[in-house]
Design a protein around this ligand. Structure first.
Ligand SMILES: Nc1nc2c(ncn2[C@@H]2O[C@H](COP(=O)(O)OP(=O)(O)O)[C@@H](O)[C@H]2O)c(=O)[nH]1
Ligand SMILES: [Mg+2]
Length: 403
């Protein structure tokens, strides 16, 4: 992790950052008891500053390997975690990038997705009349771009209806593509509203290993600090010392206070500490990190549910936002992740990360159509400023290669 702005070329062509290879996430051997919370009212909690009995440090044993019936998507996630190559350090010095406007940054982040899509479209629609064969080819291209069957069909149906047997250029097709994508994404492009009457406004960040939770927390902390809000971070990925350190670094960078416990501590106890402390100190926003979880690992999902229960004991209306980070490079897997995390943790909004350096950005369209969950932000790089509020029209234009 570095604070350095990646070079232009890295943003353009690279950036497929390797997710952390964590083959085995240690899990508590036995569930640690939930902290006894003496009272449920906010005042009582503040008036009774004694921390709950510190949860005993659970013994940690590696989770046994995946069951024989491991679903394909889990295998794919794990395979990726092992095979993803680190970004090569390019030797050639690259000229410092020009300061870019918002759309240019988005477009360069989405360049791989749009290049793949528009390149294929152009090759099909160069001087050809729109016939069944071209429509079929187009449908394949759109499905391969992870946009989903329904969107692909809608686009080809629209073209068939309006342009059949006429000359159609790549640009015509891209215009229809952008319009359809915008139609799907419009309703889900919603900002993350921080309700100022909630002090702290509690955000729980969840998602599989390496999906960008901790990095997104750092980026969000900076955004909120820039808005003049006081921010506290909770190092809820208590499984690994490195994860706690990583959050601490983001805290140092952004000026946010970080609440942590030693590695191996009970995550729900830490969440309790953090919520109580953020209340006492009158923080505006508390963001709680969690350990990466493969969504089939029942015991880890149980632990996530326990974290949520403990937060609710202090503030029944919390978490006020439960954000799922999705790594765009995982493609179709993301659909399964939204489904399972939604069932188990009540996802309120999505952040899609790593849209730079992947050709699979179209998956966001499939997710929007299937689940209709708000998409608040997109991650287009590893640096602190590489988190953009999500807007449908810009995303649609950028992925369709129009400017
Ligand atoms: N290129 C790129 N890399 C990202 C983005 N978000 C996170 N990463 C990288 O992905 C890796 C895993 O991120 P991390 O926040 O540790 O994931 P976590 O395990 O979910 O907490 C790190 O190397 C991050 O720098 C993004 O939007 N773009
Ligand atoms: Mg993390």
């Amino acid at each position: 992790m570095t604070d350095k702005k990646p070079g232009f070329f890295k943003r353009l062509f690279g950036g497929d950052a390797a997710p952390e290879a964590e083959a085995q996430t240690p899990a508590p051997a036995q569930a640690a008891p939930e902290p006894e919370v003496p009272a449920l009212t906010p005042d009582a909690v503040i008036a009774a500053p004694e921390a709950p009995e510190p949860a005993p440090i659970a013994e940690h044993v590696p989770v046994p390997g995946p069951p024989e019936t491991t679903p394909d998507y889990v295998e794919e996630i794990e395979a990726r975690a092992h095979s993803a190559a680190p970004v090569p350090a390019t030797a050639a010095p690259v000229a410092a990038p020009e300061p870019k406007g918002w759309f240019a940054r988005l477009a360069s982040g989405l360049k791989r997705s749009s290049d793949q899509l528009t390149g294929s479209i152009t090759s099909v629609f160069t001087k050809r009349k729109l016939d069944n064969a071209t429509l079929e080819e187009l449908e394949d291209i759109l499905i391969q771009a992870d946009l989903g069957m329904e969107t692909a069909t809608t686009i080809t149906d629209t073209l068939r209806r309006d342009r059949f047997d006429r000359d159609v250029s790549g640009e015509d097709v891209r215009a229809v593509l952008a319009a359809e994508i915008e139609k799907v994404l419009g309703p889900v492009a919603l900002p993350l509203e921080i309700d100022a009457s909630q002090k702290p406004f509690i955000i729980l960040m969840i998602g599989v290993n390496g999906s960008g939770k901790t990095t997104t927390i750092g980026k969000l902390a900076q955004k909120f600090a820039d808005e003049g809000k006081s921010v506290m971070l909770a190092a809820g990925d208590t499984f690994r010392a490195a994860a706690i350190e990583q959050l601490q670094i983001w805290g140092d960078r952004t000026g946010a206070a970080v609440v942590s416990r030693p590695a191996g501590s009970d995550a729900s106890g830490l969440a309790f500490d953090a919520v109580t402390q953020a209340r006492t100190e009158g923080c505006d926003v508390l963001i709680i990190d969690t350990a990466g979880r493969l969504q089939n690992r029942d015991e880890l999902m149980n632990e996530l549910e326990k974290v949520i229960r403990v937060i609710k004991k202090v503030d029944p209306s919390a978490p006020h936002a439960t954000l799922l980070t999705l790594d765009a490079t995982t493609g179709q897997n993301a659909l399964k992740q939204v489904e399972i995390f939604g069932q188990r943790a009540g996802v309120t909004g999505l952040v899609m990360t790593k849209l730079d350096g992947t050709a699979r950005g179209g998956i966001l369209v499939a997710i929007a159509r299937r689940f209709g969950l708000p998409v608040h932000f997109i991650g287009v790089g590893e640096s602190i400023g590489d988190l953009e509020a999500f807007t449908a029209a810009d995303f649609a234009q950028a992925i369709a290669g129009r400017d």
